[in-house]
Design a protein around this ligand. Sequence first.
Ligand code: RB5
Length: 150
Amino acid sequence: MLTAMASDHGGFRLKEELVVFVRGLGHEVQDLGCLDEGSVDYPGLGQAVAEKVSTGQVEGGILICGTGIGMSIVANKFPGVRAALVNHVYTARLAKEHNNANVLVMGGRVVGPGLACEMVRAWLTAEFQGGRHLRRLQQIEAIERRNFKG
Ligand code: RB5
């Protein structure tokens, strides 16, 4: 899978670990920043990843800020992006199986690197189950079409 990743300062250390981890699993990773622990606003970094997912330039994205909340809010503003903030391996797996999440989000001040790696592994290896879940995603797409202009 071709994946884009970004973080703000609150997620920088975890992002650095996850870039190495995801590449180690054999995936291609575009690291879109940030580049150090200096304070930086998360919306632009979230946008960088979400735009690539929304336009099909990458298959998936991983975003990390302090809590994961800000990055989730940003990413879900983009058409076709289904960003899931996860704190557990179970929710990471279900994010793909039920929600077909194409962006995984976590909080660098919330989860440790071991759990974060296992959540990423669960999300990358799980498969969307379709069926009733597809029907629900189609309902979300209809909401998006009605409410997002431009
Ligand atoms: C930055 O201090 C923090 O607000 C940010 O990383 C994130 O947690 C926002 O949702």
